[in-house]
Design a protein around this ligand. Sequence first.
Ligand code: AP5
Length: 215
Amino acid sequence: MNLILLGPPGAGKGTQASRLMKERGLVQLSTGDMLRAAVAAGTPVGLQAKAVMESGGLVSDEIVNGILSERLDQDDARAGFILDGYPRTDVQAHALDAMLAAKGLTLDHVVELVVDEDALVERITGRFTCGACGEGYHDRFKQPRVADVCDACGASNFKRRADDNEATVRQRMAEYRAKTAPIIPHYDGRGIVARVDGMADMDAVASAIDGVLGG
Ligand code: AP5
């Protein structure tokens, strides 16, 4: 099964993708994670992407299409994948069609998480992750069971993203409205788009997505 999770920053794409990965054995393909890894490693792609990401803008279609195409060629993607944060522009949506056709892959579902943007600012500015294993937390919605200790791996080095401040979040949302939301009609005619209430609690969102994916 191959699917796209769509929704503005903070809609819960990463949260649900990571759950689906654990529960269904699908691979999470997050272009944001790939770009952050490139920034951390100081690669040429990372050097180009860093300032754009910190400003809340979108990295060029050329760069993102390139890293996604390479990632799709890795063997694990054949078991089924979740695209998290891609495609984000009309150019990327068309590039994805061409990539999938060339690789003999198809899309089964596009799940749009429908959310209230004002509530998302609190979600994003409050989130943090374990620096050792990547487990996600939130100041208000999901604290570690023991203060300052990761539930999943016991490490104590939590981190916050450089682009998770309110001004940058507002810019990321503006980019979503201007460039990403308009690509949804690209998929509407294929009968594979489902809309899920992303404002419900995490378990309810998970159940609604499971209802769409079936089995
Ligand atoms: P990216 O990493 O993709 O970030 P994003 O789309 O802004 O999405 P987020 O990761 O912020 O949110 P999410 O929807 O995954 O929410 P999460 O599950 O974490 O992109 C970052 C940057 O990289 C972009 O700005 C751009 O510069 C660049 N980039 C990436 N892809 C690109 C592309 N294709 N083209 C060009 N540039 C690209 O949830 C958020 C918080 O809310 C968490 O704390 C979570 O615990 C909590 N939460 C989740 N669900 C719920 C719920 N139901 N109720 C309460 N809390 C919840």
